[in-house]
Design a protein around this ligand. Structure first.
Ligand SMILES: C[S@@+](CC[C@H](N)C(=O)[O-])C[C@H]1O[C@@H](n2cnc3c(N)ncnc32)[C@H](O)[C@@H]1O
Length: 308
């Protein structure tokens, strides 16, 4: 199976689908959530995005008159919606991160479990690979990547070790990288450590946090009044950004208020806390364990309702 969708019924419920409405699935993957949305749509439309060629091949199998697929990064959502004649949507879903298909494909280099090239690009048509980051970044920049995106306690040592190691032998594969860092990984916690290192590189290679920030702001621009934004995230860096955006209108930063003290934020958080998968789902699907769903409802400022 390409990918088992996480919290599917909860996502569909949270979107509050109007059968005549226009919806976005920003992260098509294997299309599990998209198919769930399409089941609810009658006269409406679903526009799905994914930057991965393999996901496009899955999307090509869907033959539904309400369905449009864009092989594109969701950070350009607004532009692609416009190309498809859409300026406003009734709901957006994003199931962040990578699919089981991507992680289980050794040749993509996402998994600490398999030997493969250090690639890690979701969009393989361009951009830098993880190999290029590991082989070419200066030590200070590697230190930042491991500290900020992997939250490694020994980020400085990891960067130093890589720079020393790559001078002796190129680091080209997942195993080369693990070998280079083996000595400095905490004993008995090697798997967790390598998972953090791989996460840091993946976030850097795909500019994941920058893409998410761009995307969140566009969600505010294109969502109609009372339209829903539903986001599933799988690590604390993303979840923090989504939570902050729903609470303050900014991925990073503080809530501003208008002259009357009303919060200036585009979405009202629907749930105070993130929703997690139940035990039965976690038992059946390991990936669901770290999922956090947050939901916002678009609230247009009074006075701008007629304009949008
Ligand atoms: C967790 S999977 C989605 C699984 C999907 N919901 C399903 O049910 O099969 C995440 C997908 O989002 C894609 N993706 C991640 N970041 C993206 C971005 N910035 N733009 C477009 N696609 C992205 C990945 O390529 C991957 O296929």
């Amino acid at each position: 199976m390409y990918h088992q969708p996480v919290m599917l019924p909860q996502c569909i419920e949270a979107l509050q689908i109007d059968p005549e409405g226009i919806y976005v699935d920003a992260t098509f993957g294997g299309g599990g959530h998209s198919l769930g949305i399409l089941e609810q749509i009658k006269g409406g439309r679903l526009i799905a995005f994914d930057q991965d060629e393999d996901a496009k091949k899955e999307a090509d199998k869907i033959n539904h008159r309400s369905f449009t697929f864009c092989k594109a990064n969701f950070r350009y959502m607004k532009k692609y919606l416009k190309i498809n004649g859409v300026t406003q949507v009734n709901g957006i879903l994003a199931d962040l991160g990578i699919s089981s298909h991507q992680i289980d494909s050794a040749e993509r280099g996402f998994s600490t479990r398999f030997e493969g090239p250090l690639d890690m690009r979701m969009d393989q048509s361009g951009g830098v690979t993880a190999e290029s980051v590991v082989m070419n970044y200066p030590e200070e920049k590697l230190h930042k990547v491991f500290g900020m995106y992997g939250e490694l306690k020994n980020a400085r040592t990891a960067a130093k070790t890589i720079v020393a190691s790559r001078k002796k032998m190129p680091i080209r594969t997942t195993m080369d990288l693990k070998t280079a860092l083996k000595e400095i990984s905490p004993k008995g916690k090697e798997n967790k450590y390598f998972a953090q290192v791989f996460q840091a590189l993946r976030i850097e290679v795909n500019e994941e946090l920058q893409a998410l920030e761009d995307f969140l702001h566009q969600c505010a621009e294109v969502t109609a009044d009372r339209g829903r934004l539903v986001i599933l995230s799988y690590h604390s860096l993303e979840d923090r950004m989504v939570k902050n955006f729903l609470n303050t209108g900014k991925a990073f930063g503080e809530l501003e208020k208008d002259f009357y003290g009303n919060p200036l934020r585009p979405f009202e958080p629907v749930t105070r806390k993130a929703v997690e998968a139940d035990e039965t789902e976690v038992e059946a699907n390991k990936r669901a364990r770290s999922a956090r769903m947050r939901v916002g409802s678009r609230q247009l400022a009074v006075g701008s309702k007629n304009k949008n």
